[in-house]
Ligand binder design. Sequence first.
Ligand code: SAM
Length: 482
Amino acid sequence: MAIYNPKSLKAEEFINHEEILETLKYAEENKHNVKLINELLEKARPKKTADGHVCAGLSHREASVLLACDIPEIIDKMYKVAEEIKEAFYGNRIVMFAPLYLSNYCVNGCLYCPYHAKNKHIGRKKLTQEEVKAEVIALQDMGHKRLAIEAGEDPVNNPIEYILECINTIYNVHHKNGDIRRVNVNIAATTVENYRKLKEAGIGTYILFQETYHKKSYEELHPTGPKHDYDYHTEAMDRAMEGGIDDVGLGVLFGLDKYRYEFAGLLMHAEHLEAVHGVGPHTISVPRVKHADDIDPDVFDNSISDEMFTKIAACIRIAVPYTGMIISTRETEEVRKKMLQVGISQVSGASRTSVGGYTQEERPHDTEQFDVSDQRTLDEVVSWLMDTGHIPSFCTACYRAGRTGDRFMSLCKSGQILNCCTPNALMTLTEYLVDYASEDTRKKGYKMIEEELKKIPNDNVRKIAAEHIEAIKNSNQRDFRF
Ligand code: SAM
């Protein structure tokens, strides 16, 4: 029997099945222990320091108690603490991005994904470099600055050289005032050598969803192909870090296995990265299984309600306060709104999940990876975010200024967010408003920017940000950053 050890590099030791079972038992026994839960919530709340806030976070055991608790008043308290943490470290900024599907060729057999190799009727497509360019122009014309590239796993059709060529193409498209300034990468687990190549190509975050932390389920859900290897997949982030990538993004595909098990596994993974590499995950994504081509989500009997989904997000926010949290257009506007309140810091907008989808007039469904629930335009999402009190941010400054890994985390803790991230958000929002927004959104945005500028504490920063904003409005100068 493997022994739990967060510092180990072996999957079965840092995501340890027995430890998860013990955790779930402990959570069940303590789920009505109001005294303990109140102490945990107090411990997790942000504490003011001379130059910012610090937050203790919670361990997987502690956070699992919160998740198990079903007392309505305590759940409300959890939401308040989650909101407080979000406010302290992320403010009201929401970072925008879009996925870009490069290829849906895949040799794996994932039971929940329509790109699985046995699907013989789905259209298979791989973008040429000319097509990548056209997709990027379409994305830039909407106003996007940050992409997450997606591809199936296929060493013949989508080798690492193809992915690297696409990244290079994407960074080199400069259309009108448009630019893609950060390319995040969501491709299958690979070797240290390939991670090093991705790092050299200038990627932002390397994202890989675990899908499920439950080894037995994982093996059943991935019956064939290289992804079948649970250990290789689970240990991928350690190889990515060894290859020099220090911003990695975790995620679970909720609905495949029991959510409490997944939650504990996810937090153990975060603790492991912190213990071994000194830096936790840059982001955590919370996708849920959706209908797609030949995939019926009801086949997986662990689906979770919107309420439980919100509670999971709040508990993640409380447990890992410095980690960004991502919600995609898999979710409806209504669910996304609730999730924003409890801790989400990044959302996608106007996503198309088909290969080559952005250059088509009508949303195509033939090569789609999953149905998109939130089908609003980027302008509608931006306008809606402002209506709900959020600053839509197209900022990509941190990674370009070398603030990755633990350097990003220290910025987060230092309280400099208001003097750094807020002005960056306001300047990139101005770019969006000037270059791409509808008249209504532009007016709303200018008003918000005027108000938000006043809240920047440092006089000098406020003055410079205001000057840059005027320069963006009155000239073609772009890409200012703190
Ligand atoms: N092929 C790569 C891999 O194996 O990690 C890239 C990831 S894939 C393009 C992006 C993610 O979409 C997957 O990791 C999975 O969690 C999610 N996904 C797959 N099928 C889905 C479905 N039916 N509904 C929702 N999400 C799905």
